[in-house]
Design a protein around this ligand. Structure first.
Ligand SMILES: *[C@@H]1O[C@H](CO)[C@@H](O)[C@H](O)[C@H]1NC(C)=O
Length: 247
């Protein structure tokens, strides 16, 4: 009975915390907020591997993207594709090289992350598409290894109120991505011979093809990153992400 009463008081007062008690937290007023967050990330990192379902943090390794639709026309590139069951292994070895936040009037931030190696596999269905003069239409599975990946993500967020509780929501996120090297294996069920030459072409000059694909990869990674961040922001109240001094 007493415990129930305490619980009720906590609920009314809004003290029912979402984050586990042992989660590191940073104070909004911390003059070294960036280093506090970097340290917190290091502490939480091992738990990110499998995700934290209670707080909607998806598993980071492997990181899954159920469906990704691509549609882009540019110089040297026409690509219309559906990517399904994408799984990326290696993301949890990320290292934050730089973090800059500006919380004066807005929530603005920039982060620079490196990932030594990412092993990505997916099902694809590509229609009426070309890279340079190469017809890359087909359907099947691809596996790929990418190394020396650098991601710079810049974004802003704004507070939104849901059921009387304040959460952050991203406004805009843009990413810059650089991939050092890549190798692919393609198993195409429609046009295996053409797919093999496309793979050989890619593997022979990965940096050239990655350059051509870059705008598309950057746009997709920004979309994936935004969905990931919003899932976390949408579950954890702002005051638990950045603790106010009064608490
Ligand atoms: C990726 O690298 C692993 C070993 O690190 C290797 O077993 C695998 O075949 C490689 N995949 C591709 C697509 O090159």
């Amino acid at each position: 009975m007493k415990a129930l009463l305490v619980l009720a008081v906590y609920a009314v007062a809004g003290y029912a915390k979402i984050l586990p008690e042992d989660f590191p937290q940073c104070k909004r007023s911390d003059p070294n907020l960036e280093s506090c967050i970097l340290q917190a990330v290091e502490v939480v990192k091992p738990r990110l591997l499998n995700g934290i379902p209670e707080v909607s943090i998806p598993a980071l390794d492997p990181f899954s993207v159920p469906t990704l639709k691509l549609d882009r026309t540019a110089n040297n590139l026409r690509l219309k594709a559906t990517i399904k069951n994408m799984k990326a292994y290696g993301g949890s070895n990320f290292k934050i090289e730089k973090l800059r936040l500006n919380l004066n009037n807005k929530y603005v931030g920039e982060v620079r992350v490196t990932i030594p190696k990412l092993d990505v596999s997916a099902d694809y269905d590509v229609r009426g598409s070309r890279i340079l003069a190469l017809d890359i239409s087909g359907k099947g599975k691809f596996r790929s290894n990418f190394t020396d990946i650098t991601v710079i993500a810049k974004g802003s967020a704004k507070p939104v109120v849901k059921d009387g509780v304040e959460y952050l929501q991203t406004d805009k996120i843009i990413t810059k991505l650089k991939i050092g090297n890549g190798q692919v294996i393609i198993e195409d069920t429609e046009r295996p011979v053409a797919a093999n030459s496309a793979a050989a072409f890619f593997n022979g000059s990965p940096t050239i093809v990655l350059d051509i694909l870059n705008p598309l990869v950057e746009e997709s990674s920004a979309r994936i990153f935004k969905a990931f961040i919003n899932k976390i922001f949408g579950t954890i109240p702002l005051k638990e992400i950045l603790v106010e001094d009064a608490l």
